[in-house]
Design a protein around this ligand. Structure first.
Ligand code: ACO
Length: 152
């Protein structure tokens, strides 16, 4: 799908009314199953780090960030609706999250990603994330995860 010049895309903080749509995107993009309650817990854990990307006021992507320690952030979830991938939307969400982290004096970031998720690994590598280790049977279907990390 190509964007038109009149299309307006923006990153903004999520609010509780966005949760249902975010859950829909998560469950159609990621392999784990997410409930509204779980997503609300993530939202409440660090509201400023829960952001959505809207295109003409419609949510088509989101990022949920968390704190791993006082100086390290964690990307908990990031997803863009299938037909809008490869258009810079993931990048826009990441850039806003990194900006927020810098405002909080956070110095590094970590995340877990399925070892077979080539697109996401490429995406994170393009941001300078390195694979630190493999976490065996991290996911509910016993798949492994890479732990990826970067200084910001
Ligand atoms: N192949 C190779 N490189 C890619 C790809 C791909 N399919 N997709 C993105 N990249 C890299 C490129 O370097 C790209 O920069 P460029 O276009 O200037 O070359 C850069 O990443 C940014 O790409 P975006 O268009 O911003 O990425 P997108 O909007 O598609 O979002 C995302 C990336 C979020 C990983 C998306 O593919 C997605 O939603 N995937 C399904 C859900 C998912 O796997 N999420 C991550 C799970 S891990 C976790 O949540 C912690």
């Amino acid at each position: 799908m190509a964007l038109k010049s009149k299309d307006v895309g923006t990153v903004r903080n999520a609010d509780l009314t966005d949760i249902e749509k975010v859950v829909e995107i998560a469950n159609s993009s990621l392999t784990e199953y997410y409930t509204n309650n779980l997503m609300m817990d993530l939202y409440h854990s660090w509201k400023d780090a829960f952001m959505v990307y809207t295109l003409n006021d419609r949510i088509i992507g989101f990022i949920a960030g968390g704190k791993y320690s006082r100086t390290e952030a964690r990307i908990l979830l990031l997803a863009v609706e299938g037909r809008f991938r490869g258009m810079g939307i993931g990048k826009a969400l990441m850039n806003e999250f990194i900006k927020l982290c810098r405002m909080h004096n956070i110095m590094s970031m970590r995340l877990e990603v399925r070892t077979d998720n080539r697109e996401a690994i490429q995406f994170y590598s393009s941001y300078g994330f390195s694979t630190i280790s493999t976490i065996r049977a991290y996911y509910s279907d016993s798949s492994d995860a890479y732990l990826m990390w970067k200084l910001i």
